[in-house]
Design a binder for this molecule. Structure first.
Ligand code: GAL
Length: 389
């Protein structure tokens, strides 16, 4: 690590020296040479280029993450190459290759598949470029320096806890609720190639297991292994299809679904659509909409929560995550180690990656205002319309 740290500093110094040497051309000129493509403005010449690779634009959170990281880095004096990969692994690999070719002095990567970037990471290591894994852990590689994320196991605990609140087995303040069950519940997980999906599911299952063991919660489909309940690439349509299949296969006897563990708002909306298409509705006596959980506080889901359709989501303040990524990148480029607050949890298969973990909150209808509006994450108008303004 220290060799690479120094190499990164050396890259920065070389850049500064070469820019000083060609000062006659003036700041702002872009020579477009293969190696010297980075210092296109006076501001950026001080900091260098940082590559930011995000998985997709289909979910608004990654757009917000990308924008927040970019503006934070620009404010700190860096030039930024921000790319979204359309959830396509070859595209992400290619974009990162290009960032390295362009002379990036640090990389911030939210991987589509946490194991798929081996050759890019090797190239980065060879060039002394520090790699910061953003939100999703890059696995099976020595060549990842730092990880900024949330406490992902705790996110799963919160998802399951909110489901228990929705079922009436717990109250929001953690006391035992009045309900007794048994309740028919179905479980969903995220994409198996995303390390986070395993942490979310582990936290959720550990929380639900005692209720399953005592028979208060019944997984009627019998599908509890993460492989059975996973959703490739976190696709909404895939979750909708699985919910439809479950309703046909496990609930054709007249029984009803009474709760759904969903790990991400996009999936939650697919699940809700399947339930609505099968006649579930808020306030319906025979088929009331069951509590469906979520994650990310996406605006469409926040509106559904306000309207009583989705029960909960987990708010992970992406502004704070972006700030941490900026702080970590800056530390490397100033020749420091970023400060970790967890050096035990995130073993990527090759090494434990030093991490900075942030905390998350459960959003229910009655704390949307306090958590999301008062903090400026969404405006009241956005919540009312369900659309980002
Ligand atoms: C995870 C991330 C979640 C959610 C999901 C789908 O990696 O931690 O917050 O965004 O991807 O995009």
């Amino acid at each position: 690590m220290s060799t690479r740290k120094f190499a990164a500093v050396a890259v920065g110094m070389t850049l500064a020296l070469s820019l000083a040497a060609c000062g006659g051309e003036g700041a702002g000129s872009d020579t477009g040479t293969e190696e010297g493509d980075t210092g296109t403005t006076e501001e950026s010449s001080e900091g260098g280029l940082i590559g930011v690779s995000m998985p997709t634009q289909t979910s608004e959170r990654w757009i917000a993450d990308g924008d927040a990281v970019k503006s934070g880095l620009e404010e700190a004096g860096y030039e930024v190459d921000l790319q979204f990969a359309g959830d396509d692994i070859p595209t992400q690999s290619q974009q990162i290759d290009q960032m390295i070719t362009k002379g990036a002095s640090a990389l911030i990567i939210a991987a589509i598949d946490g194991t798929a970037l081996a050759s890019q990471l090797q190239a980065a290591a060879d060039a002394g470029i520090p790699v910061i894994s953003y939100d999703r852990l890059i696995r099976d590689s020595e060549n990842v320096d730092f990880y900024v994320t949330f406490d992902n196991y705790q996110v799963g605990v919160q998802q399951a806890t909110s489901l228990l609140v929705g079922l009436g087995l717990l109250t929001q303040d953690g006391a035992e609720g009045d309900a007794t069950g048994p309740f028919n519940v179905e479980l969903f997980a995220g994409s198996l190639d995303d390390n986070n999906a395993h942490f979310f599911y582990a936290g959720a299952i550990d929380t639900l297991q005692p209720y399953i063991d005592e028979g208060t919660i019944v997984i009627k489909s019998g599908q509890t292994d993460i492989e059975q309940v996973a959703t490739l690439r976190w696709q909404q349509e895939t979750a909708q299809k699985r919910m439809e299949d479950l309703l046909t296969s496990a609930y054709s006897d007249g029984s009803v679904v009474q709760g759904v563990l969903s790990p991400y708002d996009g999936l939650s909306r697919g699940i809700i659509t399947a339930l609505q298409n099968a006649g579930y509705a808020v306030g319906d006596a025979a088929k009331p909409m069951p509590p469906v959980t979520g994650q990310d506080a996406e605006i469409a889901s926040v509106k559904l929560i306000a309207d009583g359709v989705q029960f909960s989501t987990i708010f992970k303040d992406t502004r704070k995550l972006a700030d941490q990524a900026v702080v970590a990148a800056q530390a490397y480029l100033e020749g420091e180690e970023p400060e970790a607050n967890d050096t035990e949890t995130y073993d990527n298969g090759v090494k434990v990656v030093p991490s900075y973990l942030l905390e998350s909150d459960i959003v229910y209808a009655d704390n949307i205002q306090a958590l999301l509006v008062d903090s400026g994450y969404w405006t009241a108008e956005e919540v009312a319309s369900g659309q980002a303004g």
